[in-house]
Design a protein around this ligand. Structure first.
Ligand code: UDP
Length: 243
């Protein structure tokens, strides 16, 4: 299959269902898979950071996270099927883990958040074995965090340390689980600590606007969005001058 790229970042044209299928096969075959959910902020950052770009592009699966990535893919004529967000993939993984009895370790977010997620998800999905650690450990504490993950022997490691920290972390600590994935602030949303955008915003591709209104502090991060749009248009209309 032709390799798809947006500003140098590889994008796999997998749907949510395709991703869940790949995850299932990876676990059944005892293989390893690292997943990156690539949003415009991460793609823009990676264009200016060769190290980060290498970490992303060496992942087993890089999925189009967000309407800005689907938009860019369509502009560039890439056959991306749908947006696959970290939170939707996490929800699908939890559902499948319950069906198959997979072991899932949750790493990240402020202390108390993942415990709350575990309490809620265990009621809903009693078939999953869940364990967790918060994401604010020091360098000195890291070996103990790794020991706990190894001891639990997860099939899936969900890492919510924020991008790109979680991407580097998963790359550096390959082998802790069969499947590892960076999921940004998804634990905050799952725990109810942060509200996800209402359906009307999600369906109209305006989730980013809802987040901006509800967390105005994010404006600093979202200023890269217009720059990202311009870069994509340049890749489309002036590909030669774009090297
Ligand atoms: N976080 C963490 N450890 C850190 C920094 C951040 O666990 O050292 C968590 C933070 O509590 C939040 C998530 O990482 O749950 C980042 O959420 P955000 O929505 O900012 O994700 P991003 O869009 O940056 O991937």
């Amino acid at each position: 299959m032709k390799q798809l790229e947006i500003l140098g970042t590889r994008i796999d044209p997998a749907s949510l269902q395709d991703c869940l299928e790949t995850i299932k096969n990876t676990i059944l075959l005892g293989q390893q898979l690292r997943i990156v959910t690539a949003n415009p902020e991460l793609i823009y950052k990676a264009e200016h950071d060769a190290n980060l770009l290498a970490v992303i592009n060496s992942a087993g699966l890089v999925v189009p996270d967000g309407v800005g990535v689907v938009w860019a893919a369509r502009k560039l004529g890439l056959p991306v099927k749908e947006r696959v967000t970290g939170i939707d993939l996490t929800a699908g993984i939890l559902r499948e883990s319950n069906r198959h009895g997979w072991r899932v370790f949750l790493l990240g977010a402020k202390p108390g958040i993942t415990e709350k997620v575990i309490r809620q998800q265990s009621l809903r999905y009693p078939g999953i074995a869940l364990a967790c650690h918060h994401g604010f450990f020091t360098q000195a504490e890291e070996p103990e965090v790794i020991r706990q993950i190894r001891h639990f022997a997860p099939d899936i490691l969900l890492v919510g340390l924020g991008a790109p920290k979680q991407e580097y972390w998963n790359h550096e600590h390959a082998g802790l689980a069969k499947v590892s994935m960076g999921i940004g602030g998804s634990f905050d949303v799952l725990s109810g600590e942060v509200k996800r955008a209402p359906g009307v915003f999600r369906e109209s591709g305006l989730e980013w606007l809802y987040r901006l209104i509800s967390e105005p502090g994010r404006i600093k991060r979202q200023v890269v969005l217009p720059l990202y749009l311009l870069r994509v248009l340049k890749q489309k209309y002036f590909p030669e001058s774009d090297k």
